[in-house]
Design a protein around this ligand. Structure first.
Ligand code: NAP
Length: 251
């Protein structure tokens, strides 16, 4: 049974792997046997230590994903050493303001990182996966805002709803070519992304009261879903957006 989830011999590229959910996903994939290529704009030393402690190797690629400029270099640096079997599009940002006041600068910043770069990075790696005909696993990190509206985060909701649609479109185009494209929709997890919410006493209490599990997710709670979707156990799963949310959407 364990071999269904075994990732030995595979390499996973994870964006935004220096902290939060991306770091937890990188460590979980490494614990299942995958070597890691971590892409991000901040030091990934902490993640590298954890990956090495799990017995796997890690290559760090420094890149700012707010534009498409580094994509060619990322593909060249990552593929220069090995084949990328698993791509996890995790890097993302959130900008909060009432919709009535939301600025074009915030809209563009969020859409660029959360949707535009994700699409073109995925396109670049999928071209390689399709060229050697060995398939692959692509996992997008979506959100509850892929299903719901939320408040004060119009660009984030648009980007994550768009990412759910994109996940399904890419799954439809590539399923027959051996590439599985799926997404994970994390609920409310304790990371930098949600620090402002956790520090707001009222919002924190409202959120906790609505989560059937009664607590914020710990980043380590997300790793199993990533390993599952990256493994052969998910070979016939295409185009799903898998909530990992303590029961939030069931409420
Ligand atoms: P986080 O701690 O803020 O991590 C976001 C990651 O994205 C960081 O590694 C960050 O790098 C990276 N990133 C942002 N902009 C970048 C850029 N221009 N270039 C390169 N890297 C960039 O938040 P998180 O919660 O772990 O978020 C990870 C993903 O999960 C995001 O897509 C987020 O939308 C999604 N998500 C989170 C939650 C939650 O409850 N936490 C819920 C649903 C979905 P830096 O550290 O250098 O900024």
């Amino acid at each position: 049974m364990m071999s269904l989830f075994d990732l030995h011999g595979k390499t996973a590229l994870v964006t935004g792997a220096n902290t939060g959910l991306g770091q937890a996903i990188a460590v979980a994939l490494a614990s299942a046997g995958a070597d890691i290529v971590a892409v991000g704009r901040s030091s990934m030393a902490e993640t590298e230590t954890a990956v090495r402690n799990a017995g796997r190797s890690m290559q760090a690629i420094s890149a700012d994903l707010s534009t498409l400029e580094p994509i060619e270099r990322i593909v060249a640096e990552a593929s220069g050493e090995r084949r990328i079997d698993i791509l996890v599009n995790n890097a993302g940002i959130i900008r909060r303001a009432d919709a009535i006041d939301y600025t074009e600068a915030d809209w563009d910043a969020v859409m660029d990182v959360n949707l535009k770069t994700v699409f073109f990075l995925t396109q670049a790696f999928a071209r390689k996966m399709l060229a050697d005909n060995q398939g692959g696993k692509i996992i997008n990190i979506a959100s509850l805002l892929s299903f719901q509206g939320g408040i004060r985060i119009p660009a984030y909701t648009a980007s994550k709803s768009g990412l759910a649609g994109l996940t399904k479109l890419l799954a439809c185009e590539w399923a027959g070519r051996g590439i599985n494209v799926n997404a994970i929709a994390p609920g409310y997890f304790s990371t930098n992304n949600t620090q402002a919410l956790r520090e707001d006493e009222d919002r924190n209490a409202q959120i906790l009261a609505r989560i059937p599990a009664g607590k914020w997710g710990d980043p380590s709670d997300l790793g199993g879903a990533a390993v599952f979707l990256a493994s052969q156990a998910a070979n016939y799963i295409h185009g799903i957006v898998l909530p990992v949310d303590g029961g939030w959407l069931a409420r």
